[in-house]
Design a protein around this ligand. Structure first.
Ligand code: ZN
Length: 321
């Protein structure tokens, strides 16, 4: 836990940021070393009908301001500054995962980068904080085959969720195991290609998904193609309540107020924008409760229309039962 605390609260954080946040409130003459940050594993839990959904996180990484095609680095930094979340190293992306429990099955949405990117690798501690081992997970849904969503599936050449069925959209399985596509891909995607081959090899219970369907009562795969060819989300519904887990449909700082700004890892910018153009207004009209992988923990919120502009409204999750 000590390890986790260090990585979560101080790892990779430039001193200027720590100082900027803490020092102005302490008179230098009385300066006393602050106590070490408490060792806290972030968990957020909501109930929807018979479902319990727990937001977990594998950590974070900062994405340079140059990673958002459609806007200049200066424009993205300016937007981050206006939202009071600008960091010298860029836009902070957290890596949220979601555990869906219905009393019978434990379904995990995504497996995190597991140390392959940024300050990550804390999902096992988050599961342990719930008293869970990886072999108790019945199914893992991988929303797409980017390394930050499946790195945790394989550790040391081993299947890391030995009792889990694995659900991945067939279009992603096909794309990310295509040798020709791998050879022509840029360096920053090579890790995802390599991991995809391992995942397919080590998970014989992989079920390639074709189109939208229910994988368990009240748990449905939804097609959100764009970010990758087989980018999917998960919708759960019970007793008139629902939650849509949209993975990389929206990113902090730039979304949802603009749909024409993308992210460098997007496979097909036009397709990704077209999906945002379809999804954002509909989610706003429906007041849909959303969970998004890279939005600030726990990633729960709604897209709301505010005087003609779309914005992200963080959802209440604690003390709401
Ligand atoms: Zn992602």
């Amino acid at each position: 836990m000590t390890n986790f605390s260090r990585r979560t609260f101080a790892g990779g954080l430039p001193l200027a940021v720590l100082g900027g946040g803490v020092l102005p409130f302490t008179h230098p003459a009385q300066s006393v070393a602050a106590p070490a940050a408490a060792s806290v594993t972030p968990l957020a839990q909501i109930r929807l009908g018979r479902f319990t959904v727990t937001a977990l996180t594998d950590g974070y990484a900062d994405m340079p301001y140059t990673f958002f095609p459609g806007r200049s680095a200066a424009q993205v930094e300016q937007a981050a500054t206006a939202q009071f979340i600008a960091r010298p190293s860029g836009v902070r992306f957290v890596f949220n995962q979601y555990l869906i429990e219905d009393g019978e099955r434990k379904v995990l949405l995504d497996a995190g980068p597991a140390g392959s990117i940024g300050q990550t690798g804390t999902l096992p501690q988050a599961l342990a904080a719930l008293g869970l081992r990886r072999d108790q997970i019945d199914a893992v849904v991988v929303t797409h085959m980017h390394e930050d969503h499946m790195g945790g599936l394989v550790v040391g050449g081993q299947n890391n969720y030995p009792n889990a069925e694995l659900y991945i959209d067939r279009r992603d399985v096909t794309h990310w195991t295509d040798q020709a596509k791998r050879s022509g891909a840029p360096d920053y995607l090579q890790n995802s290609f390599r991991m995809s081959a391992e995942v397919v090899r080590l998970y014989p219970r992989l079920q390639a998904i074709d189109g939208e369907r229910e994988i368990a009562r009240g748990i449905s795969i939804i097609d959100l193609t764009g970010h990758t060819p087989g980018h999917i989300g998960v919708r759960i519904e019970d007793a008139g309540q629902s939650l849509i887990m949209v993975s990389d449909m929206l990113f902090p700082v730039v979304h949802p107020h603009a749909t024409d700004v993308g992210f460098v890892f997007e496979q097909d910018r036009a397709a990704a924008q077209a999906m945002r153009d379809r999804f954002f207004p509909r989610a706003a009209a429906d007041g849909a409760l959303i969970a998004a992988t890279h939005m600030p923990f726990p990633g729960l919120g709604r897209i709301v229309s505010d005087r003609g502009q779309l914005r992200w409204q963080v959802a209440d999750w604690a003390l709401q039962a």
